[in-house]
Design a protein around this ligand. Structure first.
Ligand code: NAD
Length: 547
């Protein structure tokens, strides 16, 4: 038996090294006495606001976003409350660092920038004892798990175990944007190998040195994890994240009926993009039922959006078959048409009768869509020709370049506005700066799932819903679209300002929780005021008092 106690390490010292309880220089005089911290801290007591100023100064002095990311990760490791205070109070500045696009760069560099482990790793060697090792996790009241197998990280492909940055980043957004308590969040990496040769050849790579396993071994490990997580953390919500295409659709279908689980790339993206389209209708004056969307990319994100859009049209009384005809896809093999060879199951509902077309620009000319949505991970594929055609066909073309990170966006904000002579209603997955055209300033909206998943998760967690349904994502889309103000729309922005995201998430959570109560998905009694109940649960980064 290894003696893990360090002689003489008293509770006060431990508290300084515990990110959940550490307050740094903010401990009061009384706390310093009670916790035996005298002498271990400089004498001056700082307020949290002063500490925040110091952090901001440090972050802004860094010269690259990756350095800012590392600084913030280190802060999260030593003082979680201060980390969240900084992130929440400066969300527009911090989100691109703790999430896309910088998190993508961090994942690509993960093996080189690795300092301290965060999150939980389950790998092939753990098969048969996943429940046992899960008990090593220090927090017992886990309410949400974000799990990835690293096969399709953002638009960057297979990053294996280095994809851990994504569940960590997503869960930071759950806490920042929706007030899920950080200790109730668990990032998980399911390491089943990688097919990324660069990683396999890199001696510093942290993951398994083997190619990806598929089939029975993969399925058994995934299932063992889900079963163990449900047993140890009853009612836990599981978000599957950045899995490769074939596993994502398959696992979602397999588990969604009996596990509190959703796939953010499919369902969350669906809701956020549809919210943008609904809000865009308030600018164009058009009707949802008159829209024809042409997608570039028929993967998890594209199909996920089409599915939510079809639900929105069905809600308006359209039948499913008719609704699907409002969604067209161009993928790496050209226009998705009936009779094309080897159509994947998830694409089949959208393979319509039409002659074959290879190029996206030709598809735009032939189909005359009202909206084009880019989810291909292929940069600069919305060419000048495409955008000019959209502007010729439509008075106000909807152009969403949703691929992440910024480097993969189908076009830039500037290109969309310039080539459409300022008429495009543009949104992107990663942020773009405002664009000035003549004397008009356009503020592009960020069609990022961060508007949806934190609110949906919050609603599910607080209501204790047993499942997550498509109806909840459609409700979230409506809720988000309703929260876009006239002032947002005037500047061309079809999403609310990020600075309002906690209110946005709370209202989404209310609408999601209402569905859970009304549909009997929970044993919890509906509170008199669902919104107040949600606010009461939400975490705020303030220091506790210890004396
Ligand atoms: P995926 O791998 O499941 O699908 C990619 C699709 O793009 C496939 O259908 C593929 O055939 C198609 N494609 C590839 N090259 C192409 C080309 N040259 N021309 C046309 N089609 C091509 O990936 P996914 O999960 O659907 O994600 C796609 C992109 O969407 C990624 O960049 C991801 O970051 C982004 N995304 C953004 C958000 C958001 O919040 N905005 C959410 C989810 C995904």
């Amino acid at each position: 038996m290894i003696d893990q106690t360090v002689p003489g390490l008293h509770a006060g010292v431990k508290i300084l090294h515990d990110p959940v309880r550490n307050k740094g220089t903010a401990y009061t005089e009384a706390e310093r006495d009670a916790l035996k911290l005298r002498g271990l801290l400089p004498p001056r007591i700082h307020s949290m606001a002063e500490q925040e100023l110091r952090v901001l100064g440090n972050i802004r002095a860094k010269t690259t976003d990756l350095e800012r990311y590392l600084y913030l990760v280190a802060l999260q490791d030593r003082n979680e409350n201060l980390f969240y205070r900084v992130v929440i109070n400066h969300l527009e500045e911090m989100m691109p660092i703790i999430y896309t696009p910088t998190v993508g760069k961090a994942c690509q560099e993960f093996q080189h920038i690795f300092r301290k482990p965060r999150g939980f790793y389950v790998s092939l060697g753990d098969k048969g004892r996943v429940k046992e090792i899960l008990q090593n996790w220090p927090h017992k009241d886990v309410r949400i798990i974000v799990i990835t197998d690293g096969e399709r990280i953002l638009g960057l492909g297979d990053l294996g175990a280095d994809g851990m940055g994504i569940p960590i980043g997503k869960l930071a957004l759950y806490s920042a944007c929706a007030g899920i308590h950080p200790t109730q969040c668990m990032p998980v990496m399911l390491d089943v190998g990688t097919n990324n040769e660069n990683l396999l050849n890199d001696p510093l790579y942290n993951g398994l040195e083997r190619r990806r396993v598929r089939g029975k071994d993969y399925d058994e490990l995934f299932d063992e994890f889900i079963t163990a997580a449900k047993e140890l953390f009853p009612g836990v919500l599981i978000q599957i994240e950045d899995f490769g295409n074939t596993n994502a659709f398959r696992l979602l279908e397999q588990y969604r009926g009996n596990t509190c689980l959703f796939d953010d790339d499919i369902q969350g993206t669906g809701a956020v993009a549809v919210a943008g389209v609904i809000a865009a209708m308030r600018i164009t004056g058009g009707k949802l039922a008159d829209q024809k969307i042409l997608f570039l990319g028929a993967g998890e994100a594209g199909i996920g959006i089409a599915d939510v859009f079809v639900s929105a049209l069905k809600e308006k009384g359209m039948n499913e078959e008719e609704a699907r005809k409002h969604c067209w896809f161009v993928d790496s093999k050209g226009l998705l048409v009936a009779g094309r060879d080897n159509i994947a199951v998830h694409k089949e509902p959208y393979a319509h009768e039409h002659e074959s077309i290879t190029g996206f620009a030709d598809a735009v000319e032939a189909l005359k869509p009202t909206a084009i949505l880019g989810l291909s991970g292929q940069p600069r594929t919305f060419t000048r020709e495409v955008i000019e055609a959209m502007a010729r066909i439509n008075e106000r073309p909807v152009i969403f370049a949703l691929s992440n990170p910024t480097s993969q966006a189908e076009c830039t904000a500037e290109q969309a506005y310039t080539w459409s002579a300022g008429r495009a209603i543009f949104a992107s997955g990663s942020p773009f700066d405002p664009v000035k055209l003549g004397n008009q300033l356009f503020v592009p909206g960020q069609g990022n799932n961060a508007y949806i998943f934190p609110g949906v998760g919050l609603g599910v967690i607080v209501s204790r819903s047993r499942i997550v349904t498509d109806e909840m994502f459609l409700a979230a889309a409506h809720s988000l679209a309703n929260q876009v103000t006239e002032a947002d729309l005037e500047r061309g922005r079809v999403y609310p300002a990020l600075s309002r995201i906690r209110q946005v998430s709370a209202l989404i959570a209310r609408d999601v929780a209402k569905i859970a109560y009304d549909s009997g998905f929970t044993d919890r009694e509906e509170p008199d005021d669902i919104l107040a109940d949600i606010h009461e649960y939400m975490y705020h980064p303030v220091y506790p008092h210890y004396a």
